[in-house]
Write a protein that binds this ligand. Structure first.
Ligand SMILES: C[S@@+](CC[C@H](N)C(=O)[O-])C[C@H]1O[C@@H](n2cnc3c(N)ncnc32)[C@H](O)[C@@H]1O
Length: 186
């Protein structure tokens, strides 16, 4: 849904909108302060019979083998544990039962499909770039929750074209799960 420029946050009061046929919310509902309120607003904006498509995930993607041959094994598991603590505070709705929330908002679930993404080597260079962008964000956000050794290992991996950088590894994977719901306003 495209809102007027002045109304950037869907947590704010929504302006009067034209009725729409389709709303697409990808990886965004869990960011809402009050997703149930946002879903009620979506329902009000949809025409009867209109469709809401929701894509959500319950965690950050994973890229690394357990033993990198660098630092202590289990780096990514520790990063995810730290991320889980952070998410519990900052994005408590991540991993919600969205099907139940959609039903609670009056939608009829027409389809629910889980996409388990499991990309294994050999992967194109774009996979390393995806890992780079994602792990850099994680490095920035988790700096206070990881120990110095793990931060140093992440820095080595994120060191552009460095000899131990992500871009030189041939053992990266992309593992993630996304669930899609198609929900209709009765
Ligand atoms: C994880 S990104 C997903 C981006 C993209 N939709 C996708 O599927 O790749 C989360 C998105 O939610 C948006 N978002 C977070 N809080 C929001 C809010 N209160 N109102 C509107 N959008 C919000 C962010 O701007 C960001 O684009």
């Amino acid at each position: 849904m495209v809102l007027p420029r002045a109304t950037r946050s869907l947590d704010a009061e929504w302006p009067a909108l034209d009725t729409v046929d389709l709303v697409w919310a990808s990886a965004s509902l869990h960011h809402m302060a009050d997703p149930d309120r946002a879903l009620a607003q979506v329902s009000a904006a949809l025409r009867p019979g209109g469709l809401l498509a929701v894509a959500e995930m319950d965690s950050f993607p994973r890229f690394l083998p357990d033993d990198l041959g660098l630092g202590r094994p289990g780096l990514e598991a520790r990063c995810h544990a730290a991320l889980g603590e952070e998410h519990a505070v900052r994005v408590p709705h991540l991993g919600s039962d969205w099907g139940a929330r959609l039903t609670g908002a009056g939608f009829t679930i027409e389809a629910e499909r889980v996409f388990a993404i499991e990309l294994t080597p050999p992967l194109p260079a774009s996979a390393a770039r995806y890992a780079q962008v994602s792990l850099r964000r994680l490095r920035t956000g988790m700096a206070s929750r990881l120990d110095a050794d793990d931060l140093a290992t992440l820095d080595t991996l994120l060191d552009g074209e460095g000899p131990d950088s992500l871009s030189r590894r041939d053992d990266l994977t992309v593992r993630h799960t996304r669930t899609i719901w198609a929900a209709r306003r009765p």
